[in-house]
Design a protein around this ligand. Structure first.
Ligand SMILES: [Zn+2]
Length: 393
């Protein structure tokens, strides 16, 4: 991050767009030519170690215009993107094969490569796409680069913007977030709520993909079948499973951050690095992979939504959060399935409630105890406030 960027956030606004019917084929052709031109450019730039705009222009511009038929502006955006890809590949000490773009995706510089006019997007070369829907909250911030993507029959334009980073309020308390394999627990010494993770739902799609894979890899089916249609379906099921996790993580983070903001609370989550590492050491399975993915995405969205909404966020050390007494610090003993008791002060609670109370306590002490001193939590006061599915964004 360069100097002066500290006060800004980079946002991506997602726009669903649709070409005029008579232009759909022309736009898809353009995107295919762009992809082929990009792959050609990356290889050429790497072979010639040409990483400046001037060198790239001399080496590629005419070819991109004539051989690949790109409009002037698209040709420039193409070698710009190729320079970025070539640079990051050359910088990577463990680089493998030269990267090849497979999907249809076009990099566009604002003002020249694309322009948003009313409810239309115009691309260089006279192509027009209708905007079907977008998040209007960031309309007042200037648009920067964008990426046009075609996937699963739909066009999406991702527009990058810079927005001022909102100031954070002084928190009146803590909202702690704890995760386990089946659910996440959100709360503090006064309230508590549990949200199921969508891992089971996502797993159904993964199992379906596996069954398809097993069935059609048999030699009874010809190579064509094994390669084309079925492969696409399998990929779609895997993507569906991942989308379920992503959607859940984003919505759950949004609900937590909104609740924190309403109550002017800080959000505290555990540092998940160790937990994700631990899962990685377990025997590889789709379940653990999905759980780890869910944790990582939830942490990502919590951090990001907190920044965007000016909510203070703390990351605490997870060691001992579910084995030491949040009231007196003694080591807890197990007294039943996921239930723990303190031999010194007699506190008894569910493992996840214990974790929430410890995360809250650690965060309060991190904040320097500037808040109200938390009274010893009374377990009978804990109000299991299930909100179920978080509301739609
Ligand atoms: Zn105790």
């Amino acid at each position: 991050m360069s100097a002066g960027d500290e006060g800004e956030l980079t946002l991506t606004v997602r726009m669903r767009v649709s070409p005029e019917p008579e232009q759909q084929q022309a736009i898809l052709d353009l995107m295919r030519r762009y992809r082929d031109a990009l792959n050609y450019s990356v290889r050429t730039l790497i072979a010639n170690r040409a990483l400046s705009l001037g060198k790239a222009h001399r080496l590629l511009y005419n070819d991109l215009r004539e051989r690949f038929g790109l409009p002037a502006r698209a040709a420039q955006d193409c070698y710009r993107e190729a320079i970025a890809i070539a640079k990051s590949w050359l910088r990577n000490p463990k680089r493998g094969k030269v990267p090849t773009a497979k999907g249809l995706s076009m990099w566009l510089v604002h003002g020249q490569g694309y322009r948003v006019k009313g409810d239309h997007v115009e691309l260089a070369g006279g192509y027009r796409l209708r905007v079907i829907g977008w998040d209007r909250r960031y309309d007042s911030y200037p648009s920067r680069e964008a990426r046009l993507v075609f996937r699963d029959g739909e066009f999406t334009l991702y527009v990058f913007k810079r927005a001022p980073r909102p100031a954070k309020y002084a928190p009146k308390g803590v909202l702690a977030v704890d995760v386990n394999e089946r659910q996440i627990v959100v709360g503090n010494s006064r309230v508590e709520a549990r949200v199921e993770t969508p891992v089971e739902r996502a797993l159904r799609y993964e199992r379906l993909a596996e069954r398809l894979q097993g069935k059609y890899s048999s030699t009874r089916y010809n190579a064509w079948l094994r390669r084309s249609g079925i492969r696409r379906r399998i990929r779609r099921f895997y993507r569906k499973a991942r989308n379920i996790i992503e959607d859940w993580a984003r919505r759950t983070a949004h609900t937590i951050i909104s609740l924190a903001r309403q109550g002017q609370l800080a959000v505290a989550r555990e540092d998940l690095t160790g937990l994700v590492e631990g899962l990685r050491r377990l025997p590889k399975s789709h379940r653990t992979a999905l759980i780890a993915l869910g944790y990582r995405r939830l942490a990502f969205w919590l951090d990001w939504q907190a920044e965007k909404n000016g909510v203070p966020l703390f990351v605490v050390e997870p060691a001992g959060t579910s084995s030491t007494c949040p009231r007196c610090g003694a080591k807890l003993v197990e007294v039943g399935h996921r239930r723990l008791r303190c031999p010194r002060c007699g506190l008894e609670a569910d493992r996840d409630t214990i974790a929430i109370l410890n995360i809250e306590r650690r965060t309060l002490s991190k904040m320097g105890g500037s808040l109200i001193t938390p009274t010893a939590p009374q377990m009978t006061d804990v109000n299991p406030n299930r909100w179920g599915e978080p509301p739609h964004l």
